[in-house]
Design a binder for this molecule. Structure first.
Ligand code: 6PG
Length: 467
């Protein structure tokens, strides 16, 4: 009998199943298209004895030691509901379903309630690290009740990445907490990728060759920017298309895909009264990238000419990326704090930062500092106010400012970097300019305002005196 079942043997499901077998667990494997199970088994090599291949969900359930645990790794959305609907009648009370895909946490909450009603447990589990991570050690963010996590904790910790000896897996909170944290992880990922893409644009506009840029990113990866995304950027800049021999970046259409997690982050941020503007800029840039025809027409209408940037220092670009990254993470963590309060999840922000230190796409050396800062408590929920972060941000942000200024002068688009800088500049003013907004609201709608010199609300301006 197998310890756990996996249904959905696409790239991620197959990699997770192999990872489990590698760690010594017996796994029953299923896929809706039966041939995929055979193909999977052909690739299991010396691990094949660990697998029980099955051709139906009934057989999957029969192959498991009770109380059963079935991990679902299918396309987000309706396919997950379809598998749950098919599984629930086959399972017994006390069995467990784990959704390891990138689910919208609202769906996870709904599914948790639906399955719990039938006496079956549900864990919504975010898994980060792409195929390589899933196969050899992802970062794993688990949501659901803690008592459901304990029986499968050994499997989850065994397959997770390790940061030194610490498994990058944790139970984070009830119902949708795991998927929410994974969503925010992806939002931060979107922002970081966008910042890098913008710096790539600036370097291109400065006439720097890909080889030169690759060296620069590789060098940055040895410093405070050390991270998976910077590392792979250097590699990408060096890569050549196997068919044409051209730099691979030259053959790729500049139209970015998105499956929804970035957008979900922004939507949830807005619902919680938060601003994740750097992440929003990254989502917007991907959306605009899809409008290729309109962009071509716009370039015809407003010709850019040849852009030549010459006055951006490498050190400033490095600082710009670092400052923007701090702000991107900061917006993500502020959102996590807000969600934790709103849903009463008691999220351990420091632990979240810790389990992101290895395995996941946003792993970076900065996360070590972020986890220490979060462990000490973030002032006003703001990472950018943490004593361990603030002096570094203050230093780096001036590089960000010079980079944004130079880019804007030349019309080189930097929506992500500019959003990060604007957030910083807006946030650090104790007295901003929304007094004007309040005056306008009162002027046209008698909405009332608070006064600086008196307690209370509902004061009106002189424009209201005539009525
Ligand atoms: C990860 C990635 C992973 C995947 C996303 C990317 O953490 O391993 O985030 O979940 O790459 O699906 O999302 P987009 O397709 O929206 O870029």
């Amino acid at each position: 009998m197998a310890r756990i079942g996996v249904t959905g043997l696409g790239t991620m499901g197959a990699a997770l199943a192999l990872n489990m077998a590698d760690r010594g667990f017996d796994v029953a494997v299923h896929n809706r298209t039966e041939a995929v199970v055979d193909e999977f088994m052909e690739g299991t090599g010396s691990l094949s004895d660990r697998f029980t291949p099955v051709k139906s969900l009934e057989a999957l359930v029969d192959a498991l030691t009770p109380p059963r645990a079935v991990l679902i790794m299918v396309k987000a959305g309706d396919p997950v509901d379809a598998v749950i609907d098919a599984l629930v009648p086959l399972l017994d009370k006390g069995d467990l379903i784990i959704d390891a895909g990138n689910a919208d946490f609202n769906d996870t909450r709904r599914r948790t309630a639906r399955v719990t009603d039938e006496g079956i447990g549900f864990l919504g589990m975010g898994v980060s690290g792409g195929e390589e991570g899933a196969r050899h050690g992802p970062s794993i963010m688990v949501g659901g009740t803690e008592d459901l996590y304990r029986p499968v904790q050994d499997i989850i910790e065994a397959i997770a990445a390790r940061y030194q000896d610490d498994p990058c897996a944790a139970w984070l909170g009830p119902d949708g907490a795991g998927h929410f944290v994974k969503t925010v992880h992806n939002g931060i990922e979107y922002a970081d990728m966008q910042f890098i893409a913008e710096v790539f644009g600036i370097l291109n506009a400065s006439g720097r060759s890909y080889a030169d840029q690759a060296d620069l990113f590789a060098e940055w990866n040895g410093g405070p920017l050390q991270s998976y995304l910077i590392e792979i950027t250097a590699e990408i800049l060096r890569a050549r298309d196997s068919e044409t021999g051209a730099p691979v970046l030259d053959v790729i259409v500049d139209k970015a895909g998105q499956k929804g997690t970035g957008r979900w982050t922004v939507i949830e941020a807005l619902k919680l009264g938060q601003s994740a503007t750097a992440i929003e800029a990254a989502v917007a840039a991907r959306s605009w990238s899809a409008e290729a025809d309109a962009r071509a027409k716009a370039e015809e209408t407003y010709p850019t000419g040849t852009t030549r940037m010459s006055h951006v220092l490498d050190g400033d670009l490095e600082k710009a990326l670092l400052a923007a990254r701090m702000i991107g993470y900061g917006q993500g963590f502020a959102l996590l704090s807000a969600a934790s309060r709103h849903f009463d999840w008691s999220l351990d922000l420091a632990r979240i930062a810790e389990i992101w230190r290895a395995g996941c796409i946003i792993r970076s050396s900065l996360l070590d500092d972020i986890s220490s800062a979060a462990r000490d408590g973030l002032p006003h929920d703001q990472l950018i106010l943490a004593p361990g972060i603030a002096p570094r941000l203050a230093d780096a942000v001036e590089g960000l400012r010079r980079v944004v200024l130079a880019s804007m002068e030349e019309g080189v688009p930097v929506p992500g970097l500019a959003a990060a800088l604007s957030y910083f500049d807006t946030y650090r003013r104790a007295r901003g300019t929304t007094n004007m907004i309040q005056a306008q609201r009162d002027f046209f709608g008698r909405h009332g305002f608070e006064r600086r010199d008196r307690d209370g609300t509902g004061f009106h301006g002189p424009w209201a005196e005539s009525d």
